[in-house]
Design a protein. Structure first.
Lengths: 303, 436
């Protein structure tokens, strides 16, 4: 092996270095960053990178969770334990509060992913946050494939995909006017497989539901939904106990499980490498609504 | 070990870029079943005979409506040897800024040419962008060969004219491949319909490209992003800790190396290289690390830590080449911000030295630069920066021009007269081929 080969980063090291550079740029150039933290694997990886970026200092910004009220209990427990372990300040915006006082109305299908936009924007305004870290990846979805690493949002939180700033070299431009804010996506260039390989490499703990377990589920629109207070089978939907795991976590009433016997991170990596379905296609009812469902939500200010 | 290669597509509108990218993803088995089913469904709804692979990448509503690509879409695929990050850039002239964006980080530009139309203005423009931004490799896909019945002489004529145009712009290491993106000929698998072509398929070519211009071989440069000083926040052990966080832009640094800080020119030695609790003996580009130094110099964000053996001089005047991306025009006297590394300084545009004529590859006189123009400018900076020639360093020779009022990104800048360099290499190329 020549000297040149020894001084070449692996793909994972390259992605890690890029993400840390992005996170540090934000802390250096913005007044009040915040990181969206749901306990989902992408936000967990992002927080892990933030902890590495500023070592030995603590993570220098708070985390924000937009709580649909339709949570997997083990994910909420994981969220709270992580916040405690890293000594973070957690802010929670509750969709339930908006429904209770009438600012938002429950949808006819009962799902709440779409209802997160308003509480998110209000929390950004109230916290005077000028930079918001999100775990979005470009490989997830067609509209996200067009997203910048630094993505400017106007005072209404809107994304204008036809008028994005050019993003050149690694010179990120975070300048914005009062009232505007910037969404920042440090994992832009990661794929689902990269995320899992990194979780394995760094030995990062995740909520247990990412690994195969027995669960009471019923089938709807080709997805396996968990039986809970917020997601109950309708007439004709049979409940069965199956060996499943989750590829994404979100609103429990519209996030599907996949049948799996992957109980370790190595198993999951092998499963993801061989899968024939995209992460969202397999697990998210809300993204199946139309060809441009995600684009429409993003324009309004969604994650 | 699997390595990473970054690609950017270029070419005129309707040359078939999205179809090529769709084909590349599909034939390399990077398209998953539900994505393909969605494309089949939409294609069927529109009355098309087969699946329109362009729909795999054209994601925005208006892109689908107009059948064109508007913004850079990033795609990810991998083979056993390599992972690829592909920036699929739009072809319309009003979206040239996106091609500049994609090319700025690319190892390879994949330029499409419609074999029926040959070299177009956009072809020259995109070759110019690849040349100016010093993208290490260019591969020209001569597409729609199925529409000329796989005719060798047509391919050779178009290939020759593309190579001549590339050479005019200083690009002398360019490959061409005959392709039908629609049918997949020579995209992933070699085509039986082009028996006269014995070169690799596009994917095979991309897999074997050697990495060139590796910044590890350049002098050590480290733009300081921020100072890490936990004080009491991380316990007694780190009370006096002071580290300089950044990403190595070029070269290698080892513990014990003598370094110099610009601006200022003060020197000291590296006593530690930290990465999240790990003690490293060395760091190289593009690692993100934290440096500890022997002396507490006054170092802040925006400073550049460099090898004391190769200290870049400071300058308050920059001769640069810019790709103008703003909607308005750039004129002498304009006030702008220059973002270079981690430093942003105020500047005033002194002169516009001309703009590139794409047909002749010559510099024409100009009083202003308009959207998508590539031109030469001189800037006067409010304070001196360690700017290096872009020719020498793709990282410390690059800068942005930013609008001080609304914060928008106005131009991609490269220190030095890149246009002059391009013309000189053009003249060399001509001199080499003309007998004395």
């Amino acid at each position: 092996m020549t000297l040149t080969d020894e001084r070449r980063l692996t793909q994972l090291q390259w992605l890690e270095s890029e993400a840390i550079h992005i996170i540090r740029e934000v802390v250096a150039e913005f007044e009040r960053p915040v990181l969206l933290f749901s306990g989902g694997k992408d936000s967990v990886v992002m927080l892990h990178l933030a902890a590495k970026a500023f070592w030995p200092s603590p993570v220098p910004f708070p985390v924000l969770h937009v709580d649909t009220g339709h949570n997997f209990p083990e994910v909420l427990a994981y969220r709270d334990a992580t916040v405690e372990r890293l000594g973070l300040r957690l802010e929670v915006a509750h969709v339930q509060d908006y429904i209770d006082d009438g600012r938002l109305r429950e949808r006819s299908d009962g799902t709440r992913n779409q209802l997160q936009t308003q509480p998110l924007l209000d929390a950004i305004t109230a916290g005077k946050f000028d930079a918001v870290f999100g775990g979005g990846r470009r490989d997830e979805e067609k509209a996200r494939a067009k997203e910048r690493v630094f993505s400017l949002r106007d005072e209404f939180g809107q994304w204008d995909p036809r008028n994005q700033r050019p993003e050149l070299w690694n010179l990120y431009n975070g300048r914005h006017r009062p009232g505007e804010h910037v969404r920042v996506f440090p994992l832009s260039n990661w794929t689902e497989l990269d995320v899992w390989q990194y979780i394995g490499h760094e030995d990062i703990a995740l909520p247990e539901l990412y690994y195969a377990h027995e669960r009471e589920v019923y089938e709807r629109d080709g997805m396996l939904l968990s039986v809970s207070d917020v997601s109950r089978p309708r007439d004709g939907e049979a409940v069965a106990s199956r060996q499943v795991r989750y590829r994404t976590v979100g609103d429990m009433s519209c996030t599907g499980a996949v049948e799996s016997d992957a109980t370790t991170v190595e198993d999951v990596i092998a499963e993801v490498a061989a899968t024939r379905l995209t992460e969202r296609g397999a697990t998210r009812a809300d993204d199946r609504a139309s060809e441009a469902a995600m684009e429409d939500r993003k324009k309004e200010g969604y994650f | 070990m699997r390595t990473l290669l970054r690609l950017a597509t270029a070419g005129s509108v309707d040359d078939g870029k999205s179809t090529l990218v769709g084909r590349l993803l599909f034939d390399s088995k990077s398209v998953l079943a539900d994505q393909y089913e969605a494309v089949e469904r939409v294609s069927r709804d529109r009355g098309m005979a087969g699946a329109d692979l362009a729909l795999l990448t054209d994601g925005l509503r208006s892109e689908r409506e107009q059948g064109i690509t508007i913004d850079v879409a990033y795609r990810y695929f991998a083979t056993a040897q390599r992972s690829f990050i592909l920036a699929d850039c739009p072809g319309h002239v009003q979206y040239t800024r996106n091609t500049v964006t994609g090319a700025s980080t690319a190892d390879v530009v994949v330029l499409l040419v419609d074999i029926r139309h040959g070299v177009q203005e956009q072809t020259r423009r995109h070759l110019a962008v690849a040349s100016l931004l010093r993208v290490p490799h260019v591969v020209v896909v001569v597409n729609k060969i199925d529409l000329v019945d796989f005719d060798q002489s047509t391919y050779e004529r178009v290939s020759h004219s593309v190579l001549a145009a590339a050479s005019d712009l200083g690009l002398n290491d360019v490959a061409t491949i005959p392709v039908s993106a629609l049918d997949g000929d020579n995209v992933v698998e070699p085509s039986v319909r082009t028996p006269w072509y014995d070169g690799p398929s596009l994917l095979a070519h991309l897999e074997q490209l050697s990495p060139v211009g590796d910044p590890v071989h350049e002098a050590f440069r480290f733009p300081v992003q921020l100072v890490i000083r936990p004080q009491s926040a991380a316990g007694d052990e780190f009370r006096d800790y002071r580290g300089y966080a950044g990403q190595v832009a070029s070269g290698v640094v080892r513990v014990g190396d003598e370094i110099t800080v610009q601006p200022g020119g003060r020197s000291t030695t590296v006593v530690g290289i930290d990465f999240a609790g790990a003690d490293l003996a060395e760091a190289f580009a593009p690692q993100s690390v934290t440096l500890r130094l022997a002396d507490n110099l006054d170092i802040a964000r925006g400073d550049l830590i460099v090898a004391s053996s190769h200290v870049p001089p400071l300058t308050q005047d920059i001769d640069g080449t810019v790709a103008w991306l703003g909607d308005g025009s750039l004129r002498p006297g304009a006030r702008v911000l220059v973002k270079h590394g981690t430093r942003t300084v105020q500047a005033i545009v002194r002169t516009i030295g001309g703009k590139l004529d794409l047909d002749s590859a010559e510099l024409l006189d100009a009083d202003s630069l308009e959207l998508n123009d590539i031109g030469h400018v001189t800037l006067r900076l409010a304070s001196a920066i360690p700017a290096e020639q872009y020719l020498v360093s793709r990282s410390t020779g690059a800068f942005l021009l930013v609008d001080p009022q609304d914060g928008g990104t106005l131009a991609a800048g490269m220190v030095g007269d890149a246009l002059l360099d391009t013309r000189e290499s053009f003249e060399h190329a001509v001199a080499d081929t003309v007998p004395a």
